[in-house]
Design a protein around this ligand. Structure first.
Ligand code: BGC
Length: 248
């Protein structure tokens, strides 16, 4: 069985697992540590080493994919919404390569999740435009056209009303922070998804992030022309996608 390791660095947690590349499924338990306060590079690196040690793959030669919540262009992180501002214009891929003393593939977290769902999940065999969105600390997005990723879309940072970034108002973190009911939160999601539906005319919306396990509480409340479904791999999509890309 072809395998690879996936690490998904998020604003709140750092998750990792070994992935069966043939089936696009987890081949190990998922390991998770909280994202260190402030999410500065050195602290994030230490946390990544911890999850790799816990998985017992710190000396493994399996391909390793690392997903990160920022714009990633040619190995550099160009933004930092829910992590330390040090990551802006930072040679992140090189930093992890040197720090882990091994080769890695480094990608945006929502792009990784989208690849997992396109290859092995809810967007498998979907032609046309799939918009993967991840609802978590922030809102991530991935564009997949006929299954091919168009990287580094940042729909969570669309301006919305008085908000510079819609994610501040509509992400899972906003629901938790403000104690919104599912119905109250769904009104915000309705505004977000209607807007991007109008802008991009997608063929499918896929919703990932930890809250996708509660999809039945809020997806039925949305009224859209486009089908909207939860990510099949739930919150493991980032791990599976990062590993899949590393295995290519
Ligand atoms: C970041 C994205 C990321 C998303 C989900 C946003 O704040 O800008 O790059 O994909 O959060 O983690």
């Amino acid at each position: 069985m072809a395998k690879a390791i996936g690490v998904d660095i998020g604003g709140t947690g750092i998750k990792a697992g070994i992935v069966d590349l043939t089936h696009g499924t987890m081949a190990s338990d998922r390991v998770r540590v909280p994202t260190p306060e402030g999410a500065a590079p050195e602290d994030v690196l230490t946390a990544v080493k911890t999850v790799l040690k816990t998985l017992d793959v710190h000396e493994s030669t399996l391909p390793l994919g690392v997903a990160f919540p920022a714009i990633v262009k040619r190995g550099k992180t160009l933004s930092a919404a829910n992590v330390s501002k040090t990551w802006i214009d930072f040679e992140a891929e090189q930093f992890f390569r040197e720090g882990l003393d091994r080769n890695i593939v480094f990608v945006n977290d929502a792009d990784a999740a989208g690849v997992a769902e396109a290859r092995h999940g809810a967007a498998r065999d979907v032609m046309g435009l799939t918009l993967m969105t991840t609802l978590g600390t922030g809102i991530g997005s991935a564009f997949l056209h006929d299954g091919v990723l168009i990287p580094n879309s940042e729909l969570g940072h669309l301006n919305f009303g008085t908000y510079a970034s819609v994610e501040t108002w509509a992400a899972t973190s906003a629901r938790e922070r403000e104690g919104l009911t599912w119905a109250e939160w769904a009104e915000r999601l309705q505004a977000f998804y209607s807007h991007i539906e109008f802008l991009f005319s997608p063929d499918l919306f896929v919703v990932g992030g930890g809250v996708s396990k509660n999809a039945s509480d809020f997806l039925p409340l949305l009224d859209l022309k486009t089908p909207i479904v939860p990510a099949i791999h739930r919150n493991n999509s980032g791990i599976i996608g990062a590993a899949s890309l590393a295995g290519d």
